[in-house]
Ligand binder design. Structure first.
Ligand code: IPE
Ligand code: IPE
Ligand code: MG
Length: 238
């Protein structure tokens, strides 16, 4: 495939509606969503996409019923344990963005262990965004800059980024959101400034390899300009 994005970020939305449509519980929707995560990761790895970032739980998602939140965190734990052998086999390194302090200790430990174990892998970086907020990411970088006593002149974009979550991650080239909602929901607000946005009505558990290929085809057709004149524009002379 030509013109593939180097970094794909996904807002995996619609598990609840997927379950509701089938008369199932929301938990069953999240379980089905986890299978879709495994297949997406495998497909991206096969395509040699170097960076994949998945929005698994937002800061705002703490406002959901406690039973749903616990179920989701159990699922994250299960996902990390279940995917470890595959991540080692396929050279996938695990990363994390979000507020670690919010995580249950068991999840935090499992993530830290998995990140340490997979740190030798270099073929793909899989980053999970859990208890993540784009605004918080920006705010905490500002707080760190103040705490470090940086002067306004010292704080340029490069320095600011170095104070944010996972500064080594390149900006996302493509942000995919499922479930038909056309919003960013506080995801990668700073880093996604020039990302191509792709919205699909598919609910997350239905997002399969074909759906990914459709998104990639659409991405390949887009012209990214970053503020420059279009490649097919005429000359400026009168
Ligand atoms: C996405 O599916 C999963 C998380 C936000 C954790 P939802 O649970 O938001 O599903 P809908 O939007 O209610 O269908
Ligand atoms: C966005 O989904 C967050 C994740 C996919 C983790 P939500 O379902 O929480 O988003 P809103 O509330 O519809 O904006
Ligand atoms: Mg939702």
């Amino acid at each position: 495939m030509q013109n593939l994005p180097g970094h794909i970020a996904v807002i995996m939305d619609g598990n609840g509606r997927w379950a509701e449509k089938r008369g199932l519980s929301r938990s069953q929707g999240h379980l089905a969503g986890m299978d879709a995560v495994s297949s997406l990761v495998g497909e991206c790895r096969s395509l040699n996409i170097p960076y994949v970032t998945l929005y698994a739980f937002s800061k705002e998602n703490w406002n959901r019923p406690q039973a749903e939140v616990s179920f989701l965190f159990d699922l994250f734990l299960r996902f990390v344990r279940q995917e470890m052998p595959l991540m080692m086999k396929r050279g996938i390194r695990l990363g994390f963005i979000g507020d670690k302090r919010d995580l249950p200790l068991s999840v935090r430990r499992a993530l830290e262990l998995a990140m340490a174990k997979t740190s030798v892998n270099a073929d793909m970086m899989l980053t999970l965004a859990i208890s993540y907020s784009g605004r918080e990411d920006i705010l905490q970088a500002a707080r760190r800059a103040l705490a470090a006593g940086l002067s306004p002149e010292e704080l340029d974009e490069k320095r600011f980024r170095s104070l944010m979550y996972a500064p080594e991650l390149p900006d996302p080239d493509l942000i995919i959101r499922t479930s038909g909602e056309c919003r960013i929901s506080n995801f990668l607000l700073f880093q996604g400034a020039y990302a191509e946005l792709y919205f699909t009505p598919l609910l997350w558990p239905d997002f399969d390899a074909q759906a990914l290929h459709d998104a990639l085809d659409e991405y390949a057709r887009r012209e990214r300009r970053f503020g420059r004149t279009s490649a097919c524009a005429g000359s400026v002379e009168a």
